[in-house]
Design a protein around this ligand. Structure first.
Ligand SMILES: Cc1cc2nc3c(=O)[nH]c(=O)nc-3n(C[C@H](O)[C@H](O)[C@H](O)COP(=O)(O)OP(=O)(O)OC[C@H]3O[C@@H](n4cnc5c(N)ncnc54)[C@H](O)[C@@H]3O)c2cc1C
Length: 533
């Protein structure tokens, strides 16, 4: 197979045009090409007068000899022989010993359990929350103003933190497991274009049934899943794991375990507390704090695509902005949700944190994204590993109070945030956050070093993206959980530095950020368990 990179395609095209352009690049008639397959598709919108696609394609000729000859003749740096990377076969799980235990059914835990189950290890997966269909009902009730269920919400439950999200699958991680994970996602119902899009996304409406199909596969492969079951302790002997203490519907009990993959995400603060008490190695880690910003999606589309805005081949536009301030802090946009809405991302009473989600169609009125400022351990005010968590809690409590004490979020217009003035109402942008917003002052919910950096960052972003400082844009707060404020360090064998048999995995362990990197870390750690047998 030949790999052709950098092919420029107009937004409107068909397969024949792609084949013609491949043939032209190779300097041969189109009839010589036996198969032309799209490998990667991205949008080039740098010149707003000429927004187009840039694709990579795989071309198959009659045989390898013909491909090598054509490659030599065409002399293009954009053409090469394509050799897909083969991963080694899965090691077989041993028949003896306790079944491996996976704690947490987010992307890391699910993919770890799937890898173990495929190897025949019959893992036990425990999840403090409920199956996704029951969880979806709990979330709907909460968003409509019903109470928060502490173990079943937008953070906890089958699917983990990424279940109610945009389902963006972009990652800076270059893990060899990612192509296989994407193929699995498609097998379980994700849209096929995630295999080719440079910025793939699934959307909450497609993620939920996908999680059900993944569960069915796990069960079919011999995994056992215990929902509403929380890991509350570990039994350790001579620095090694002996058992897990679990609390489920049947009460508290011990389960013998030699290998425990701890995939608990970054919001399991009660779990971090007991792990710290037990002496599990833990250290502080930088994270970020800020707000969500909402603009009309049409404004973002125009700013990014000019006259091409609204073209069906483009969909809703996104953005990614970054600036480095003089004082040394970085300000950046994060987890942008085109056509999405702002939601609570909280699992504790009295604390409020926001995030964003979208449906697959990304067809909501507003675009939203986190606007974040880097926070360093020097800002934490204490040296212990849980100091970052306490800092998050402090500002989440302030936001909860400023919002009115019932999970409404404090929100204000951009103009008021930048220049002061009353915070009473909203203009052309209607806040999308449910259960609802309270006009409030976000300066009262974040430290001054964050709000001042945000103001400077917004001014810089307005120079990068036209209209970003729209006076009526809405800021909602606070956003404190874009990543974990601590790390559970592990050795080369991926086990905890302090407890043999304990594998800290995914975002909560500080080794991933985002759905895909957490899932890839899950696969990697499951393989370490299998190889270490
Ligand atoms: C609203 C929202 C939108 C997001 N959007 C995106 C996006 O579009 N793209 C993207 O890449 N990332 C997104 N993220 C981030 C992404 O969801 C996380 O990076 C990812 O889910 C981390 O995976 P994980 O498996 O490590 O942890 P989690 O997904 O947090 O999963 C941890 C699981 O462990 C369970 N658990 C915790 N403690 C225990 C315990 N003691 N016992 C048993 N179970 C326990 C929890 O209930 C949870 O299900 C979003 C996050 C949120 C909150």
């Amino acid at each position: 197979m030949l790999l052709l990179n950098g092919i420029k395609l107009p937004l409107e095209h068909d397969q024949l045009l792609l084949a013609d352009l491949c043939a032209k690049r190779l300097g041969c008639p189109r009839e010589v090409l036996r198969r032309v397959q799209l490998l990667r598709r991205s949008v080039d919108a740098r010149d707003k007068r000429d927004v187009h696609l840039v694709v990579s394609a795989l071309v198959t000729l009659d045989d390898e000899e013909a491909e090598t000859a054509l490659l030599a003749a065409c002399r293009s740096k954009q053409v090469s022989l394509y050799r897909p990377k083969e991963l080694p076969a899965l090691p077989k799980a041993p028949a003896a010993g306790p079944r491996p235990l996976v704690v947490g059914a987010g992307p890391a835990g699910l993919l770890a359990a799937l890898t173990l189950a495929r190897a025949g290890a019959r893992p036990i997966l425990v999840e403090r929350g409920r199956p996704v269909e029951e969880r979806a009902a709990d979330v709907a009730r909460f968003l409509a103003g019903g109470g928060l269920r502490e173990n079943s919400n937008t953070l906890f439950g089958e699917g983990g933190a990424g279940a109610f999200s945009d389902g963006k699958l972009t990652t800076g991680t270059k893990s060899p497991f990612i192509p296989g994970i994407l193929r699995d996602f498609v097998r379980f119902g994700a849209p096929e274009e995630i295999l080719t899009d440079a910025k793939p996304h699934i959307g909450t409406d497609r993620l939920l049934p996908m999680l059900q199909a993944l569960r069915a596969q796990l069960l079919a492969l011999g995994a056992e899943i215990r929902f509403s079951t929380c890991l509350t302790g570990l039994v350790l002997r001579d620095g090694a794991l002996r058992a897990a203490v679990l609390e489920g519907p049947e009460g508290a009990y011990e389960l013998e375990a030699e290998h425990l993959l701890l995939c608990i995400g970054h919001s399991a603060r009660d779990s971090f507390a007991f792990l710290h008490r037990l002496g599990v190695a833990m250290e502080q880690k930088p994270f970020s704090m800020g707000v969500r910003v909402e603009h009309p999606q049409a404004l973002i589309d125009r700013a990014q695509y000019g006259g091409f805005a609204g073209h069906p081949a483009l969909g809703a536009a996104d953005y990614k902005l970054f600036c480095h301030l003089k004082g040394g802090r970085g300000v950046y946009s994060f987890c942008m949700c085109p056509g999405g809405r702002v939601i609570p991302a909280t699992a504790e009473q009295g604390l409020l944190c926001v995030n964003g989600m979208s449906a697959y169609a990304r067809d909501g009125e507003n675009a939203n994204a986190a606007l974040l400022v880097g926070v360093e351990p020097a800002d934490f005010g204490a040296a212990d590993p849980l100091a970052g968590v306490r800092l998050q809690q402090k500002y989440e409590a302030l936001a909860f109070r400023e919002g009115g004490g019932d999970f409404r979020a404090p929100a204000m217009r951009m103009e008021n945030f930048l220049r002061g003035g009353d915070t009473l109402g909203f203009g052309q942008v209607t806040p999308s956050y449910r259960p609802g917003v309270t006009p409030g002052d976000l300066n009262a919910c974040l430290p001054p070093y964050v709000t001042e950096a945000l103001r400077a960052g917004i001014a810089a972003f307005a120079r990068q993206l036209k209209g970003f400082d729209l006076p009526d844009a809405v800021l909602t707060g606070v956003e404190t959980r874009s990543s974990s404020p601590l790390r559970l360090p592990r050795g080369e064998d991926l086990q905890s530095l302090s407890v043999r048999g304990l594998y800290p995995v995914g975002e909560g362990a500080g080794y991933a950020g985002g759905i895909l990197s957490a899932a890839a870390d899950g696969v990697r750690c499951a393989l370490a368990v299998l190889q270490g047998e």
